[in-house]
Design a protein around this ligand. Structure first.
Ligand code: AMP
Length: 427
């Protein structure tokens, strides 16, 4: 006798999305694909595994992601590989590797998929999480930023979300940010003794990140630090003014948030985040911005870029909370047969329905009508089609609407069109 082992569970910080949950995820992804199509974005699928150097160079060697959170391992040939912690770097790598810039013009790309970061798991924070992201490569025009944010707001509205805020900032360019960082460093020299240990370290290594600190006691001190918006060069200031001006024109509401610098090194100019009051501690459910220097950092030609990463796990929490978006009906028809003679016509009917894209289910075990209707209910079927001896003799099957309880007799040959019509009119 073999001894039963201990049951194996999902890895900490990862989880299974069971069918009941996955249905709503699919619905959200379908809405994402729909809006991306409307704004002329095309899908790109990049590998989950990348060379470690890709993230060290783009996300930044001194970021939490790269220093603490990446799943990195040495492959059998000793190459250092990493499970992608985000996908912008991969998209830009692919853009360069396949020389998409040779096609000229602007590239609008989107992706949907899992990302990996070894963070402390909590509600809305996982080690395998999912992002829906989009990138525009090849233009630094402020209208690109505004149009993109307009698209995000429309997407969220379509998902039934109301309670969200768009936080907006500019982090300037390599030139003005360097000047600002010097000013910030000077201010921090005076103030850092009253900040947390992490911030004292950040004051030396990466002062911008002090602005990201969430420690309560640090907040009054951070409030006193100089704002980057007051240190933008004329070109960056004008860019930001054009972005906000266009957002006003497009009717997109935003809150200017000078402390929003975002965690990754590659951002330039516009940065943004959206938060939702329904999400609790992990309230940022998407973030992004402009990254005009990233392609060059990765060895490509200068290619300005703008993008977003939507945290799908958190987005789903907000969507569930809003309760507006519903996963579609699970099943259109359940065919209940009674008596051996009914099995074969019932099987033919299910085959026909499925061939016509009307989702259908049947049980091959003989079960009584009452129990069959119970199964139809449990499966969430919109209609139950009853095929018994009486129905076979009459040449008409009973079609029961499981929501209203109404029942009609329909000839077998007309059932597909009958269901189609009913399903279409009930949306
Ligand atoms: P980032 O790539 O860090 O800018 O993150 C973009 C979005 O991804 C965030 O706003 C979150 O919604 C989501 N996100 C980041 N890390 C995690 C995580 N560990 N678990 C769940 N969602 C995350």
């Amino acid at each position: 006798m073999s001894r039963r082992g201990e049951s194996i569970r999902a890895v900490k910080g990862t989880r299974d999305l069971l069918p009941a949950e996955a249905a709503l995820w699919q619905r959200v992804e379908a809405e994402a694909r729909r809006i991306f199509l409307a704004y002329n974005f095309r899908e790109i699928r990049t590998p989950v595994l990348e060379q470690t150097a890709l993230f060290a160079r783009s996300v930044g060697a001194d970021t939490d992601i790269v220093t603490k959170e990446m799943y990195t391992f040495h492959d059998r040939d000793d190459e250092s590989l990493t499970l992608r912690p985000e996908a912008t770097a991969s998209v830009v790598r692919a853009y360069i590797e396949h020389a998409l810039y040779n096609e000229g013009g602007i590239h609008k790309l989107y992706y949907i998929g899992p990302m990996f970061r070894r963070e402390r798991p909590q509600k809305g924070r996982y080690r395998q999480f999912y992002q829906i992201g989009a990138e525009v490569l090849g233009s630094d025009h402020p209208s690109i930023d505004a149009e993109f944010l307009e698209m995000l707001v429309l997407f969220l509205r379509r998902l039934g979300l109301q309670e969200f805020a768009l936080l907006l900032n500019s982090v300037g360019c390599a030139n003005c940010r360097a000047e600002y960082v010097k000013t910030l460093r000077r201010a921090l020299e005076r103030l850092k003794a009253s900040l947390c240990v992490d911030c004292q370290r950040r004051s030396e290594t990466n002062p911008l990140r002090v602005l990201d600190c969430k420690v309560e006691a640090d907040q009054p001190v951070i409030e006193k630090l100089p704002h980057i918006l007051e240190h933008l060069c004329p070109e960056c200031r004008q860019h930001f003014e054009r972005v906000t001006g266009e957002l006003d024109q497009r009717g997109v509401a935003y809150q200017i948030t000078p402390r929003l610098v975002r965690g990754l090194d590659y951002y330039t100019r516009t940065t943004f985040e959206m938060t939702s009051s329904v999400l609790g501690a992990q309230n940022a459910f998407l973030g992004g911005g402009r990254y005009d220097g990233l392609a060059e950092m990765l060895g490509g030609p200068r290619t300005p870029g703008f993008g977003v990463a939507i945290g799908q796990d958190r987005l789903m929490l907000a969507v569930e909370q809003a309760g507006q978006l519903k996963a579609g009906d699970r099943l259109s028809a359940y065919v209940a047969w009674m008596g051996e003679a009914a099995l074969s016509p019932a099987t033919r009917l299910v085959q026909e329905l499925r061939g016509e894209d009307v989702s259908a289910e049947i049980s091959y075990e003989p079960i009584k009508l009452k129990k069959s209707l119970g199964v139809a209910n449990r499966l969430g079927a919109r209609f139950a089609i009853i095929v018994g001896e009486g129905e076979l003799a009459a040449g008409r099957y009973q079609v029961k609407d499981m929501t209203t309880g109404q029942q009609e007799e329909v000839e077998p040959g007309r059932i597909v069109s009958y269901l189609r019509e009913k399903l279409a009119s009930s949306g």
